[in-house]
Design a binder for this molecule. Structure first.
Ligand code: GDP
Ligand code: IMO
Ligand code: MG
Length: 432
């Protein structure tokens, strides 16, 4: 039995969904603890592709429980669409596998509208959000006028009063600040009641549910969304998401003690990508960037936007290892590097003529950083069918060893393709 946190170490899209789906084989419960449907986690099982935004990536295994914790912001419309799509794809009802926290906050139409209005107002300075209402939903939570899933269980008059209070604020902002049409209370209220009829039976107190799992010695896998460099505190602020993407937040935002965690795994993509605006020192605007983009299929799962691509950034990764207290990492998309004669890795930044090894907090500094690159010989072979780590080309193994040395932790697995099967597990925290 082990309780494991898995988070993204870069700017998201590291392949967290694939790894969670794989590791769920050994866990009884999977918990999403932050973010919302800004996430896009892709799983490929026996050639069939599934894209998940809100539902934990353990859902494809029917016997597993999937929990959405209090730190997640939930758009019920999206949740119900995702449940429906999964039912069509898998032929079974996934609702009985789900538990939703009564403390999780709701994303309403007004949050989505505010997100989009603000991005429009920012113009060229836009963050490049997913437009899903994530920032405004976390704002409502912090402003203490947000609506929680548990409000759906309250008497109708209570829900009505809370929604009215929130929409009064939002409509003032929409009309007076952004010159937008107001959101209809009647429409939102009716949609909420309709959704409530479906989800209410699975709204529970998650900390007690998880405590029961721990008592039964069941293993819990915590699934991060986004990545460390999109974290609200330590990421490239303000070009970040509005939640804490840190491993530490897995406990706070699901209601489990930090003393119950056995291992923290960081998912590391073999190169770096970023969607949306913001500084990105290792970005490549050349044919190598194009190689990574095309071979890696680097198009956003949520918004369909092309992802910006660059070399692996060890300054950023060392920071992620430190911030999350990583015990190990899962290396993904190593296959995408096949065919490159030379592979480069950023080992430091040059800032105003001086080499620095820390990750700057100021985006002006980060924008001024030039990457200091080390070179490795690449490999030509297609490695996507290799199942035994020792069969990887020597240069690929050297690349993995170098990252291990630099981060001071081991690659617990190496992934060489999108499919569940295209993975070499070297250390499994659930069985060792
Ligand atoms: P997440 O947000 O961290 O779950 O990552 P995404 O699902 O948004 O993006 C990762 C993409 O890479 C998905 O399309 C995966 O199917 C795919 N993928 C995951 N691991 C590998 C791998 O090792 N090799 C290749 N070629 N694709 C992978
Ligand atoms: P997964 O879980 C990559 C980015 C957006 C934008 C910024 C803020 O699939 O790794 P938001 O809508 O959250 O307010 O947008 O964060 N972003 C992601 N980038 N992967 C994600 O999730 C992301 N979720 C948000 O592109 O730059
Ligand atoms: Mg993604």
């Amino acid at each position: 039995m082990a309780n494991v946190i898995l988070i993204g170490t870069q700017w998201g899209d590291e392949g967290k969904g694939k790894i969670v789906d794989l590791l769920t084989e050994w866990a009884e419960v999977v918990v999403r603890f932050q973010g919302g449907n800004n996430a896009g986690h892709t799983l490929v099982i026996d050639g069939q592709r599934y894209a998940l935004h809100l539902i934990p990536s353990g859902i494809m295994r029917p016997e597993k429980i999937c929990i959405i914790g209090s730190g997640v912001v939930i758009d019920l419309k999206i949740l119900l669409e995702e449940i429906d799509l999964l039912q069509k794809q898998s032929g079974r009802d996934v609702l009985p596998q789900l538990i939703l926290s009564d403390e999780a906050h709701l994303i309403l139409e007004s949050h989505r509208r505010l997100d989009q209005a603000r991005e429009k107002q920012r113009g060229t300075a836009k963050i490049g959000t997913t437009g899903r209402g994530i920032g405004p939903a976390y704002e409502s939570k912090m402003a203490r006028w947000g609506l929680r899933l548990g409000d759906l269980l309250a008497p109708e008059a209570v829900l009505e009063a809370r929604l009215k209070n929130l929409l009064e604020q939002h409509n003032l902002m929409l009309e007076k600040i952004y010159n937008e049409a107001p959101v209809s209370f009647a429409k939102v209220f009716a949609e909420l009641k309709e959704a409530a009829a479906i989800v209410c039976p699975v709204i529970k107190k998650v900390p007690y549910e998880l405590a029961r799992c721990l008592e039964k010695n069941e293993s819990i896998l915590f699934e991060g969304a986004q990545g460390t460099l999109l974290d609200i505190d330590h990421g490239t602020y303000p070009f970040v998401t509005s939640s804490s993407t840190m491993a530490a937040n897995a406990c706070a935002s699901s209601g489990v003690g930090v003393t119950d965690i056995d291992e923290v795994i960081g998912v590391v993509k073999a190169y770096t990508t970023r969607v949306g605006s913001g500084p990105f020192p290792v970005e490549l605007d050349d044919e190598i960037g194009e190689h990574l983009s095309v071979r890696g299929g680097e198009v956003g799962t949520t918004t369909g936007r092309p992802r910006r691509c660059g070399w692996l950034d060890l300054v950023a990764l060392r920071y992620a290892a430190l911030l999350n207290g990583l015990n190990s990492f899962a290396l993904t998309k190593l296959d995408v590097l096949s065919g490159l004669e030379t592979i480069k890795v950023c080992t430091g930044y040059r800032l105003h003529g001086k080499i620095i090894e820390y990750f700057p907090s100021s985006i002006e500094d980060l924008e001024a950083c030039e990457p200091v690159l080390s070179e490795f010989a690449g490999w030509d072979e297609d490695i996507s069918a290799i199942l035994d780590y020792d069969q990887l080309p020597e240069n690929a193994r050297k690349y993995v060893s170098y990252i291990e040395e630099q981060l001071g932790i081991k690659a617990m697995l190496v992934s060489v393709g999108p499919d569940r099967e295209q993975t070499m597990i070297r250390h499994n925290p659930f069985v060792e």
